[in-house]
Design a protein around this ligand. Structure first.
Ligand SMILES: *Cc1c(COP(=O)(O)O)cnc(C)c1O
Length: 348
């Protein structure tokens, strides 16, 4: 094995201080509740090995992943009792894995509760559905004796429209309160990032921010409180001089109407910079905007250099300010984070 890391022409710089500040801001905004952290999907694409230690340093003590396959990466940094698996248990193997690692399933159905009890049970979390109709026990199931016999730490539900000023929020809150009154548990949790901004009624004991930790701004109330965390930088592979009439890229969708210096840079849709960036996207160098020209390829993007003094081997950046990047690319802020590929050299 090589002792050195390979040279990287594609970098994803994770601003550790900003991540820590974001968790602390969200924890503060959670009032008397404490903030946990959703770190599923490899820490929203940024890399659990970077985000989990930083969030732990910030003060987070409850981490949420979706799949059991995501557990080992988190367990490398935090004790199993702090790790919750949102998909719950589907079979005896998953029950055994949870018990062996001390990680805690979020049980979503009576079937999952029965599997857990049959495998020996113990501390668990329980998700109730309050109107999203995705995962969780429905109101009619909350009187089941399986619940009375379970050792429930967290009782959770998930908001479907927290980023909107929607009457669905109040309806879900009312249903969650009914569930809380009916199901004995040690702690309760309802709010995701945007749910925190809905105010103290939604905070209960633990909040579960994800997106906003990583620089996403799901609602106006959080604007100005959240710092950008992910920074994308890529190297210039080649500089070219184009003449009027020259076309660029697959299917020749862009034609030079004047002499143009272009640069080909080392990132593409395989890295998560999807073709939808092409229409109005740009890279930047020293404050100069470098518009994307032609189609985004798998491994490359071509930009118009204008007057920028960029040479082969120099780095430029793709602005990953998430609210703005969402407008430019047509992707959601969630998608922008989780599509980031495996070729980035992630640093923090
Ligand atoms: C992903 C997820 C979160 C985090 O949501 P954000 O909108 O990213 O803050 C919280 N709770 C559950 C159940 C989730 O699946």
């Amino acid at each position: 094995m090589l002792a050195e890391l390979p040279p990287a022409s594609l970098r994803l710089r994770i601003d550790r201080a900003a991540l820590i500040d974001n968790w602390r801001a969200l924890d503060r905004l959670s009032g008397s509740a404490s903030a946990g952290a959703a770190v599923k999907a490899d820490g929203y694409g940024l890399g659990v090995e970077h985000v989990v230690p930083a969030l732990q340093e910030a003060g987070a003590r409850a981490f949420f992943v979706a799949h059991w396959s995501e557990v080992p990466g988190v367990l490398a940094h935090v004790p199993g009792e702090q790790v919750a698996v949102l998909h719950g248990v589907a079979n005896a193997q998953e029950v055994a894995f949870a018990r062996a690692t001390g990680t805690v399933p979020v049980l979503n159905s009576l079937h999952q509760l029965a599997l857990w009890q049959a495998g020996g049970g113990g501390r668990c979390h329980v998700m109730v559905d309050t109107g999203m109709n995705r995962l969780g026990l429905s109101a009619g199931e909350l009187g089941d004796p399986l619940l009375a016999g379970a050792d429930i730490d967290l009782l959770l539900s998930h908001l479907a429209s927290a980023e909107d000023d929607s009457p669905q929020n109040g309806r879900q809150l009312a249903r969650f309160r009914e569930a809380v009154a009916q199901v004995p548990s040690r702690r309760r949790s309802l709010a995701n990032s945007a749910g925190i901004a809905l105010g103290p009624d939604y905070h209960f004991d633990l909040t579960r921010p994800g997106l906003a930790l990583y620089g996403g701004v799901p609602c106006d109330e959080l604007a100005g409180q959240i710092r950008q965390v992910a920074h994308v930088e890529t190297a210039v592979l080649q500089v070219r001089q184009l003449q009027p009439g020259d076309t660029v890229g697959y299917n020749a969708t862009w034609t030079a109407d004047r002499p143009t210096r272009s640069a080909t840079v080392a990132l593409g849709y395989a890295d998560g910079i999807l073709r939808s960036w092409g229409a109005s996207g740009a890279l930047h160098h020293d404050g100069t905007r470098l518009p994307i020209i032609g189609r985004v390829s798998m491994d490359m993007i071509v930009v118009d250099l204008g007057d920028a003094q960029l040479k082969e081997g120099d780095f430029c950046r793709l602005s990953y300010d998430l609210p703005q990047a969402a407008q430019t690319s047509g992707l959601t802020q969630y998608e922008l984070l989780t599509v980031l590929g495996h070729r980035f050299a992630r640093t923090s």
